[in-house]
Design a protein around this ligand. Structure first.
Ligand SMILES: [Zn+2]
Length: 388
């Protein structure tokens, strides 16, 4: 309620901590001793440039893509009651969204750079894609508010399930069942109607100690996540990097709104901090993450890919061999034609001397070209001692 009233209230006075409400002032503040504990809140917007569909954009978003799964309504895919009756749509979606298929974005690498500079206290993420981990952040820095693919368990007896096994099932488009009670297995992604992870609740009070809050790529509509922005101290600078203005940003004295793409925003901030090269270096490292992930893909999938690759290579070799054979055949033919031509020419030269051109012999009249060669030279290919 409080949030609702503040939403349209713009703070008109001077900033109390920052020099100005802009990105350069944030950078200056970050370099000062006053800024030691940075908190991050991020949403789907920081992952969109990696190719992961935004859950909420109407056209390109995930919900729009769900139409083909023939759900009664898109949100059903994340509803625990629907999942119990029909887990297949979720499994299809989970396969499509599997983390290994995507590379972290520069915005994710920015989190790692912050951590390198010992500034990052906690990153609260709404995303389930685990790209924060893949960008190099350690477990203790991440609070996955809506859970993630990082662990999985039975929805009935809650017994944890082996990650590699689930991955294999997902890629084979099979539903995994608990080995203990035959219940359905699901990654620890929070569904509608499920409570948020205990770690989320435990981590909330730490926001009171924030020196800076950076909010990136979120629409701030999903509660209770959205309300976290209000929990930092009143004077704590808050920076929003987002395509559009969201939440109550602008209502506090040290609020900075930087509209645009997350990747562009963090690049600009890093440039102001002199971290530009470090950011690109960290991002470059994430290239390998993707390769490493595809390497530890389930064995069956890996073998399948390997077999396909080998089949393609074999086919290619076959084609090359075939065309080489054809070429060799053509070469032989060419040699024969050349030889024939020579003989014809030789014949012509003779007949030129002896006779008129009109009586020039046609090739067929000539002795067979091969007969000129010694069919059997009588030479023994073996040496005198009978060895080659
Ligand atoms: Zn079970």
């Amino acid at each position: 309620m409080f949030n609702f009233f503040r939403q349209n209230q713009k703070y008109e006075g001077n900033p109390t901590v920052l020099e100005a409400r802009d990105l350069p002032s944030i950078a200056k503040y970050m370099k000062s001793d006053a800024c030691k504990r940075v908190f991050i809140m991020n949403g789907a917007g920081i992952s969109t440039s990696s190719g992961i569909p935004d859950f909420r954009s109407p056209d390109t978003g995930l919900y729009a893509n769900l139409a083909r799964l023939r759900l009664p309504y898109p949100e059903a895919v994340f509803e625990i009651t629907f999942f119990r009756n029909n887990p297949k749509p979720f499994y299809m979606l989970a396969k499509e969204l599997y983390p290994g298929n995507f590379r972290p974005t520069p915005a994710h690498s920015f989190l790692k750079v912050l951590d390198n500079h010992k500034l990052l206290t906690k990153c609260f993420t709404q995303n389930i894609d685990t790209l924060e981990r893949r960008a190099g952040l350690s477990d203790d820095k991440i609070v996955e508010a809506h859970g993630s693919y990082a662990s999985q368990r039975c929805i009935d007896c809650k017994r944890p399930y082996d990650a590699a096994k689930l991955k294999e099932k997902l890629f084979k488009e099979e539903v995994a069942h608990c080995e203990n009670c035959k219940g359905l297995i699901k990654p620890d992604i929070v569904f509608f109607g499920e409570s948020l992870p205990p770690l989320f609740h435990r981590s909330i009070p730490s926001l009171k100690s924030a020196d800076l809050l950076i909010v990136m790529g979120t629409s701030l509509v999903v509660q209770p996540f959205a309300s976290l922005v209000d929990l930092v101290p009143e004077d704590c600078p808050r920076l929003l990097i987002n395509l559009e203005h969201v939440g109550d940003f602008g209502s506090r004295p040290n609020d900075v709104v930087h509209l645009g793409k997350c990747d562009d925003g963090v690049r600009e901030l890093c440039r102001l901090l002199g971290w530009e090269e470090e950011l690109e270096r960290e991002w470059e490292k994430t290239k390998d993450t993707l390769e490493r992930v595809s390497e530890d893909a389930p064995v069956s999938e890996k073998d399948k890919k390997k077999a396909e690759k080998e089949a393609r290579a074999a086919k290619f070799r076959e084609e090359v061999d075939k065309s080489e054979a054809e070429l060799a055949e053509k070469e032989t033919l060419k040699d024969e034609v050349d030889e024939l031509t020579k003989e014809v020419e030789a014949g012509l030269a003779i007949s030129d001397k002896d006779d008129s051109k009109a009586n020039a012999p046609v090739p067929g009249d000539h002795p067979e070209p091969h007969s000129v060669k010694t069919e059997d030279s009588g030479e023994d290919p073996k040496g005198p001692d009978g060895k080659l």
